[in-house]
Every structure is written in C-alpha cells, then in structure tokens.
Design a protein around this ligand. Structure first.
Ligand code: PCA
Length: 203
C-alpha cells in the first residue's frame, strides 16, 4: 500500500510551515505501508498540478494533504472543500483571486472520503487535541483539497483522500500574542496516527 502525504511551503511571511516540517519527520513505513512525502507550493493551481502529477506517477491508495492553520488550537480534520478561491493575502507568486470558482465544471463542494470521525477519536486517544473542521477556508488549502477531491471523484475513485490543518509551532508564536501553538512532536504523532487509521481502513 502507498500513502502520499503532503505539506506546504511557508507563506504569508512565515519562515517555516509546520505542515511540511511534520511530514518530513514521519517514518518511511507505517503499518507496512510506504510513505511518500511531497512539498506543495503555496500557489493557486500549481499546488493542484504538482499533487495530481505525483498521484498519476505513483498511484497511491491514500492521499493526506496538510497545511498550516495559524490561530487554530487543534489538529483539524477537514470535512469539505468548496469551489471558491477568495484570498485575503497573496499566494507565493502574487496571485490574489477574489470570489473565483476553482473549476467551472466542478461541483459546488466535495467531501473528504477519509474516516474523519475515527481520525479525531484516534488522535484524542493519544492525548492530542483534535476536531472536525467544516471549513478549510478559501485560500490555497481549500483549493488543494478541492482539486484533490475533484480528481478523486473524476478519475481515481479508489483513493482515500483528505486534508488536515495543523496549528502554528511554538517558535512561530514567540512574537504573536494570544495565538495557540502545538509542538512538532505532537503534530507528527497526530499525522502518524491518522495514517495508521487510514491504512487499517483499507486492510
Ligand atoms: N495554509 C494555507 C495555505 C498553505 C498553508 O499551509 C491555507 O490554510 O490555506
């Protein structure tokens, strides 16, 4: 079995992105499944293109994308992506789409097909705060989840796919007041637990 796990390049003035920092720390095998890691540009459309070209190359069974959600306290398992780009800030190539559909021929929304409730329970059982999130926002993370589920629905029905938002790391909030953070160790453990639950789902 193959699991593709992605994280994003830092954006919005940050020097690191906790999502890819945690992905880098994952082991190369989890419950016998091969873990393939990919860094995704924080850029509208290029992000989807890089993800889908890797999916067509390696044909994974599970795809878990991750990104930073600065200001959130919990590991958030995203339920849904919506067909809209509405950027508050520029992406890493200066794009700032406002109220633009992602794909004209796509549904208004797609649901993740990961076992989201089981994942939340499993992460909480190991003592790490986790929750379902009903909005991945309207920036590049929602955009990537939308692209992933659009292609899964169209071409790759077998693949389990979804998205996880992770909090800031402690070093990112040293100069920010009242912003929650989570250790890299806990974020990594939460991702590892997520992968275990998804792999077990397919065994
Ligand atoms: N978080 C952003 C995009 C890249 C990332 O890590 C988001 O939540 O849309």
């Amino acid at each position: 079995m193959k699991v593709l796990v992605t994280g994003f390049v830092p954006f919005g003035g940050e020097k690191i992105n906790p999502s890819f920092e945690a992905v880098k720390k994952l082991p190369l095998k989890i419950l016998g499944a091969e873990i393939i890691k990919l860094e995704i540009p924080t850029v509208f459309y290029k992000s989807i293109e890089k993800l889908i070209s890797k999916i067509s190359e390696i044909k994974p069974d599970i795809v878990i994308c991750t990104g930073q959600a600065g200001g959130r306290s919990h590991i958030s398992i995203e339920r849904v992506a919506i067909n809209i780009d509405d950027a508050r800030i520029e992406d890493n190539e200066g794009n700032k789409p406002v109220d633009k559909p992602i794909f004209f021929d796509g549904e208004n929304a797609y649901f993740s097909n990961l076992p989201i409730k089981k994942i939340v329970e499993g992460i909480r059982e190991i003592g790490i705060p986790a929750e379902i999130s009903n909005s991945a926002g309207t920036f590049v993370c929602n955009h990537l989840l939308y692209g992933l589920m659009y292609y899964i629905n169209r071409d790759y029905n077998r693949i389990l796919g979804g998205f996880i938002h992770v909090p800031y790391l402690p070093e990112q909030v040293l100069d920010k007041r009242n912003k929650p953070s989570m250790s890299l160790d806990n974020i990594t453990k939460a991702l590892e637990k997520t992968i275990e639950i998804c792999v077990e789902e397919l065994l």
